[in-house]
Design a protein around this ligand. Structure first.
Ligand code: SAM
Length: 264
């Protein structure tokens, strides 16, 4: 039986909806790739490993910006690996963050963006990032604030609970912008942090409905769940009714931090 993470990322469609929604419906421009690139200040020659690379959007953008160093995407999801293999001049490696199949000091830079909350043992992952990074190399991490988009989460949770569905354990662990800095300090002894506070703002129902549906798996409403259709209908009706009776846009707070640390 697939694990909740394998289930969630069996297809990257929901992830792609979330990425597109953040790009199109944020109060302030939200560009994680640019935020990480700014923190790294890359020369373009670095050997870079992106752990939990998902669609490979970040690696593709680096390659298109004429990054000459080796680019490697690591993921546990076969769908993610298929996506990376389609990119020119990017290596795809199927592996977990806590056991990277690379020698010590193999790369100049490790990035792990929006993925450490999927890892039960984040300190083991951080130790792996440190092991495979050269001395004076950099590790860049992106992690959400706790309780992002609380209104949308409540919209989903209420309906999942109504059908007796519980969020799966082994999908999301409580790693966020409050506790990751201390873990990074324990492993690396240094870090710098840049905070990005933002909000999702929807002025019409459809993009909000699509975004909520893309999050259903996190609440245990998997693609195959028998109540999924009814929950999707319920969410759509609620959102349409809200827009029909409210004057303002739907606003939901969100944000993340970019943490960079040097391997000494
Ligand atoms: C929220 S997505 C983020 C994708 C990408 N980093 C981004 O910013 O768009 C999380 C990704 O981490 C991957 N993942 C989850 N647990 C992992 C692990 N233990 N090791 C490697 N990848 C993992 C998932 O398969 C998924 O592709």
């Amino acid at each position: 039986m697939p694990s909740p993470i394998e289930d969630e990322y069996a297809t990257l469609d929901p992830l792609a909806v979330r990425i597109a929604t953040h790009e199109k419906h944020s109060a302030q421009p939200d560009d994680v790739d640019a935020a990480v690139s700014a923190a790294l200040n890359l020369a373009g020659t670095e050997h870079l490993l992106d752990v939990g690379c998902g669609t490979g959007k970040f690696l593709a953008r680096l390659r298109n910006s004429r990054h000459h160093g080796t680019l490697i995407g690591v993921d546990i999801s076969p769908a993610a690996l298929r996506s990376i293999r389609a990119l020119p001049n990017v290596c795809a490696v199927g592996a977990t963050a806590t056991a990277l199949p690379f020698s010590n000091e193999a790369v100049d830079v490790v990035t792990a963006r929006h993925m450490l909350y999927h890892v039960e043992q984040p300190v083991t992952a951080l130790e792996e990032f440190r092991r495979v990074t050269k001395q004076n190399g950099t590790v860049a991490l992106v992690i959400n604030h706790p309780h992002v988009t609380p209104r949308i989460r409540e919209l989903i949770e209420t309906r999942a609970t109504k059908y007796g569905i519980a969020a799966p354990t082994q999908l999301m662990y409580p790693i966020d912008s409050r506790n990751l800095p201390n873990l990074v300090n324990e492993v690396f002894g240094n870090y710098t942090i840049v905070r990005y506070d933002n909000a999702l703002v929807f002025s019409s129902p459809q993009p909000l409905i699509a975004f909520a549906i893309s999050l259903l798996g996190f609440s245990g409403v998997t693609l195959e769940h028998p109540a999924r259709r009814a929950i999707m209908r319920d969410i759509a009706e609620h959102v349409r009714a809200w827009f029909a009776t409210s004057s303002g846009p739907w606003r939901d707070e969100k944000g993340y931090v970019v943490i960079t640390t040097t391997c000494r």
